[in-house]
Design a protein around this ligand. Structure first.
Ligand code: SF4
Length: 447
C-alpha cells in the first residue's frame, strides 16, 4: 500500500517510493520579512525540508516574494508553501512565487457558518461546478510555473454544503477531497498532494485511510501529507502526533508529514524525523495484544524514540483491534515513567481519558497573542477535568471552526486580546488573557 504518483516540489521529490518528507510552518507575521526569513532558516537548520507560511491576504504577497528571494540568495532552497484560506486571488498570486500552494477546499469558494443547507442534487452539483470554474485560473498558473497544490482538508473547516449532506464525518472529508480531485483532473492538473487533518487521531486516520482506499479504487493515488492538527505541546503534542502519523506510516500510508506543536516551529522537525525513523524499525507484527491489552516491551534507550514507537503501535492497534488498555515495559525507564506514558498515550487515542484534553493550534502569522504561554497557563489551571476538551487557538478566523468539538475555548482576537467560547458560541468580546482565565474558571465551577 503506497502512493504511486510522484513528482518534484522544487528540489524535493515526494510520493511514490521517495522517502517521507518532513515539513513545518512559520508562526511569524509574514509581513515581517526579516523575522520570517530568520525563522525559516532556523527551521531548515532543524531539518524542515519544506517551509509553509500563512498568506492571509493580498497584502502579504510582496512580503512572500521578498522572503523567497532572501532565502534563495542565502542558499536556502527548501520549497516554500503558501497557506491560503478564503481568497482564490491570493492563491493565484502565490502560485507564481512559491513551489506549492495549500488551499482549504472548505473555504476556497464555499463557506462554513454552521448552517444546515437543504440542497437538491441539482443545486449541490451546481455549487461544485461553480467551485471548479472559480479554480480554473489557479490551475493555469500552477501549470505554467510547475507549482504543486495541496488540498488541505480540515475536519474543523468543512463547508456547510458538505456537512449538511455527509455530517461532520471522515466520509465528508473524503467527499470534499474527491470533489477537488475531480476538479483538478477535469483541468488535467495532477501535481496534487492531499491532507486530511483533525485533532482527533481516529478521525484523521479514518479519513486518510478511506481516501487512500478510494484513490486506489480510482487508480489515482496522489501523495498524502499527514498531520494531527491542534495537537498541543510537550509530550502530549508529540504523543498525539505519533499515534496518528506513526500508525499510518506503519500501514505504509503517507508521503510527507508535519508534527504540529504549540511551540517554536523549529522544535517540530527533530521529533518528526525521529518519528519517521522510529516507525521504520517497527512492523505491524510488533502489536502484541492479549485480552484487548496492547503489550509493548522494548529495550529502546532513547526516550522520544521509545515514546514514538509506543504511540504509533497504540494508534495502529486502537484503529485495527479495539484495544482497551496499554502496558509498557522498558528496563531503561522506571515503572512510574511507563505508567505516565501509558496514561498519555491512552488519552491521545481517547481510549481512557484521565485528564482534560487540550486542543491547541501551532499558531501562525495570524496569531496576535502569546499562545505558548497562555496554553501553559491553561494547562496548569485546568488539567483536572477528565473528559473535558478545552481549545486554545491562535486566531478568530479559523480557530472557532477548528476547535469545533471543544467544550470551551480561548481564541486569539487582536493585539494580545482573546475571546472565550462555550462550544461554538462566543460568549465574550475581546478581553485580556487574565479576564478570559477568570471567566473560564467561573464557567467550569458551574459545570
Ligand atoms: S487556528 Fe491557529 S494555525 Fe490555524 S490559522 Fe488560526 S492561528 Fe493559524
Amino acid at each position: 500500500m503506497n502512493s504511486k504518483t510522484s513528482f518534484s516540489i522544487g528540489a524535493v521529490n515526494i510520493g511514490g517510493t521517495n522517502p517521507v518528507v518532513v515539513q513545518s510552518m512559520t508562526n511569524t507575521d509574514t509581513n515581517d520579512v526579516a523575522a520570517s526569513v530568520a525563522q525559516a532558516m532556523r527551521m531548515v537548520a532543524a531539518g524542515a525540508q519544506m517551509v509553509r507560511l500563512t498568506v492571509p491576504s493580498l497584502q502579504e504577497v510582496p512580503a512572500m516574494q521578498a522572503i523567497r528571494d532572501r532565502l534563495r540568495e542565502d542558499g536556502i532552497m527548501a520549497p516554500l508553501v503558501a497557506d491560503v484560506h478564503f481568497n482564490p486571488k491570493v492563491a493565484e498570486a502565490m502560485a507564481s512565487i512559491v513551489e506549492k500552494v495549500r488551499i482549504n477546499p472548505g473555504n476556497y469558494v464555499d463557506k462554513r457558518s454552521f448552517r444546515q443547507l437543504d440542497l437538491s442534487d441539482a443545486e449541490y452539483n451546481a455549487a461544485v461546478e461553480r467551485m471548479g470554474q472559480r479554480a480554473e485560473p489557479l490551475f493555469g498558473i500552477c501549470k505554467e510555473h510547475g507549482t504543486a497544490l495541496r488540498l488541505g482538508i480540515n475536519h474543523g473547516s468543512l463547508c456547510d454544503r458538505i456537512v449538511s449532506r455527509y455530517g461532520n464525518t471522515p466520509l465528508a472529508m473524503v467527499q470534499s477531497a474527491l470533489e477537488w480531485v475531480d476538479i483538478c483532473e477535469h483541468y488535467d492538473f495532477h501535481k496534487v498532494v492531499i491532507s486530511m487533518k483533525s485533532s482527533n487521531v481516529h478521525t484523521m486516520m479514518e479519513s486518510t485511510l478511506l481516501l487512500h482506499q478510494k484513490m486506489e479504487e480510482r487508480g489515482c493515488t496522489y501523495p498524502l501529507h499527514l498531520g494531527v492538527t491542534e495537537a498541543g505541546n510537550g509530550i502530549e503534542g508529540r504523543v498525539k502526533s505519533a499515534a496518528g502519523i506513526g500508525a499510518l506510516l506503519l500501514m505504509g500510508v503517507g508521503d510527507t508529514i508535519r508534527v504540529s506543536l504549540t511551540e517554536a516551529p523549529e522544535n517540530e522537525t527533530p521529533f518528526a524525523h525521529k518519528l519517521v525513523r522510529a516507525v521504520q524499525q517497527l512492523s505491524p507484527e510488533d502489536c502484541i495484544i492479549h485480552d484487548h491489552v496492547l503489550e509493548c516491551t522494548s529495550e529502546e534507550e532513547d526516550y522520544e524514540t521509545w515514546m514514538a514507537q509506543c504511540a504509533a503501535l497504540t494508534g495502529y492497534a486502537c484503529y485495527n483491534h479495539a484495544i482497551k488498555d496499554v502496558r509498557l515495559a522498558n528496563p531503561h525507564f522506571g515503572t512510574a515513567c511507563c505508567a505516565e506514558l501509558e496514561a498519555t498515550i491512552l488519552q491521545a487515542c481517547r481510549i481512557k481519558m484521565s485528564k482534560t484534553e487540550f486542543i491547541a493550534c501551532p499558531s501562525c502569522g495570524r496569531t496576535q497573542y502569546d499562545i505558548q504561554s497562555v496554553l501553559a497557563k491553561v494547562k496548569e489551571r485546568f488539567s483536572d477535568y477528565p473528559g473535558l476538551k478545552i481549545g486554545v487557538m491562535g486566531c478568530i478566523v479559523n480557530g472557532p471552526g477548528e476547535m469545533a468539538d471543544a467544550d470551551f475555548g480561548i481564541v486569539g482576537a487582536s493585539h494580545g486580546s482573546v475571546c472565550v467560547y462555550e462550544g461554538k458560541k462566543r460568549i465574550t468580546e475581546a478581553v485580556s488573557v487574565e479576564e478570559a482565565m477568570r471567566l473560564l474558571e467561573n464557567l467550569l465551577k458551574t459545570k
